[in-house]
Design a protein around this ligand. Sequence first.
Ligand code: SAH
Ligand code: SF4
Length: 402
Amino acid sequence: MTTTTLINTVDKAPAVPPQADCAAIPLIGLTRTGLRSALADAGVPERQLRMRTGQLWRWIYNRGVASFDDMTDVAKELRAALGERFTLERPEIVSEQISNDGTRKWLLRLAPDELGRRQDVETVFIPEDDRGTLCISSQVGCTLTCTFCHTGTQRLVRNLTAGEIASQIMLARDRLGEWPHQLEANPDAPVSGRFITNVVLMGMGEPLYNFDNVKDAMEIAGDGEGISLSKRRITLSTSGVVPEIVRAGAEIGTMLAISLHATTNEVRNKLVPLNKKYPIAELLQACRDYPGLSNARRITFEYVMLKDVNDSVADAKRLVQLLKGIPAKVNLIPFNPWPGTAHECSDWGTIEKFAEVVNRAGYSSPVRTPRGRDIMAACGQLKSASERLSARDRKALQEAAG
Ligand code: SAH
Ligand code: SF4
């Protein structure tokens, strides 16, 4: 059976057989330790390893170069050797859409996997007056099936590599003009030197089901000699993978957002089926145990407002009870519709009443303004064209990956 017929997909990209140049090893996505061993494998002498690792790290993550030829303080022969063995390629941009509110959505096509298939993911940039938030994906599709989420209708195709996660930040910087040489040439550049001030893992996928790669990518994003985003400006959103939550606090160290969305197990079991495995009480206990939790480092509880499902005043009161003792803020998200959904967004008056109850109990409860709805870039609207794989196809892919 050939690769093309093995995988049944509606992905528009043709299946690309692995080619010679696909064998080039991607450097984006390696942590410092990984970069150091890659350079050692490439023959960089032991005594130069520390210096070369630092040099390359800065070129890649601080200056954003996409070609070894631009690394002007690296000897020509070494540049050529690196270029033969490694690649700094980013995913290909299939499309860039700009919403009438300034939100940008990129559809990215990833490099071929072991079976030569290319998958697509989406990344969204949301500019606001006081910040610019980049929403990145951690998986192609999602194994979970939250009823209100468009991504949830697309079964997991695969985890993104650390490089594919970090590359979304690199690409956004390319396109927004955020690298030093681009900022120098832009008279309208922000004083802070950043368009992207915050990163949220709220795109496609469940980040805690791709723990190691998310961890490496966030280590790269937070490194002070590179992209240098404070971990306090990175938020990881989870639907509630309880066993990984405390570990995430200890090992990844970003801010945490919990997709709560309901105040009883009965309702949450329906909306977020993962709740049957990890019910509300266990989830909230994991939140209480989250390392570094304090009033200055609060957990965000996301709550999507669904008409007649979870939006009553009684729900708001229960929510406040549940959060007692947890340094928290509540983010009320008006439901963003997508084709084929059975849900409707709560009325504005209902959302306001809900917010008032939560507010009066002392929790900040901003209502998230929907952004980029016209280009299907708002929360929960992302879904790439890659279709669901059968269990047999997934097994074949895993076997091929070794
Ligand atoms: N899988 C992770 C992160 C991605 S979803 C998680 O579930 O937390 C990011 C946020 O968007 C989550 O809070 C999710 O519940 C919310 N969301 C999903 N679909 C939505 C929709 N249609 N309208 C509004 N918010 C939605
Ligand atoms: Fe997956 Fe999050 Fe969507 Fe649920 S809300 S289906 S966990 S991406």
